[in-house]
Design a protein around this ligand. Structure first.
Ligand code: G3H
Ligand code: 13P
Ligand code: ZN
Length: 311
């Protein structure tokens, strides 16, 4: 099976009450670690590449590593541009074989977001590529926000039908309280997601796939390992898994995870080098990091996403 777009994946996920994991990839060990778990559990997956990952590893390397994963596993895999910042970047990725792109116009004013997203959709759909748009901005980790100001960051359910109809997007990322990075809540702050907003969005867009960014749970065992071997991440806090499971059983069909992979890889490498100070063969310490990535993705598929045996 060649690379697929997200259309069929999301249709099945919505109907089945589960979500597809969208994992950020930056190098070979991350790609291999993720697909190893997906293969074992027969799970579809989205491998996503940010603009900065593309600068770091280069389009052709990432594209061909993901092609190798497709050949090696036979799984339905979508190659997705994460947080596309311009029409030109989306076009480059579409022309270069990506099967899905995100155009992130969430920081623009509403009409500009609609116009830019529409432009990407027209180019993408003519080439069989699916498009994710975004409405509402994720909370920043440092924000000292009152409830009123905080509310302004959430997606406004009154805009979603107009946005989806006028742009033609295939999925929509919304802001309901998740945030990017490993420090999503202040120490002592109670993690909360606005399921009322998600429900209102579902009421206005029945059957339409919703995306959650900033959805790492910042798994405590890897935070602990990183800290044990010299890291300084004691205050790292993520989204509780039961909330993510609930979202996956609702309209959320794509759950984005990057920080958990970064933590797991770093924990494996730190531990390996601390325990084996004479080692200098990258295959040894990167191998431990890669094994941790597989363990994280396997855990997510079984405990958060519910996508096992859905390939
Ligand atoms: O949402 C952003 C992703 O975590 C990608 O981050 O731009 O550092 O690759 P990055
Ligand atoms: P995390 O930082 O929570 O892993 O979110 C990643 C993400 O949203 C990528 O687009
Ligand atoms: Zn994101």
């Amino acid at each position: 099976m060649p690379l697929v777009n997200t259309k069929e994946m999301f249709k099945k996920a919505y109907e089945g009450g589960y979500a597809i994991g969208a994992f950020n990839v930056n190098n070979m060990e991350i790609v291999q670690g993720i697909v190893e778990a997906c293969k074992e559990l027969n799970s579809p997956v989205i491998l996503q590449v940010s603009g900065s990952a593309r600068k770091y590893a280069h389009h052709k390397y990432l594209y061909n590593m993901v092609q190798a994963a497709v050949e090696e596993t036979g799984l339905p895999i979508a190659l997705h541009l994460d947080h596309g910042s311009s029409f030109e970047l989306c076009k480059d990725c579409i022309d270069g074989g990506f099967t899905s792109v995100m155009i992130d116009g969430s920081h623009l004013d509403y009409e500009e977001n609609v116009a830019l997203t529409r432009q990407v959709v027209e180019y993408a759909h003519a080439r069989g590529v699916t498009v994710e748009g975004e409405l509402g901005q994720l909370a920043g980790v440092e924000d000292e926000v009152s409830v009123e100001a905080d509310k302004a960051n959430y997606t406004d359910p009154d805009q979603v039908l107009d946005f989806v109809t006028r742009t033609g997007v295939d999925s929509l990322a919304i802001a309901i309280g998740t945030s990017h990075g490993a420090f999503k809540f202040k120490p002592g702050q109670k993690p909360q997601l606005r399921f009322d907003i998600l429900q209102e969005v579902m009421d206005r867009l029945p059957g339409f796939p919703i995306v959650l960014h900033g959805a790492s749970s910042v798994m405590p065992e890897y935070v602990a390992t990183v800290n044990q071997y010299g890291g300084q991440m004691a205050d790292a806090i993520g989204i509780p898994e039961d909330m993510l499971r609930k979202a996956a059983s609702m309209a959320v069909c794509k759950i984005n995870v990057d920080s958990d992979l970064r933590l797991a890889l770093t924990a494996g490498i730190r531990k390996h080098l601390a325990e084996n100070p004479t080692h200098f063969d990258p295959r040894q310490y990167l191998g431990d990091g890669r094994a941790n990535i597989t363990a994280v993705v396997s855990h997510k598929i079984q405990n958060v996403l519910g996508s096992a045996n859905q390939a």
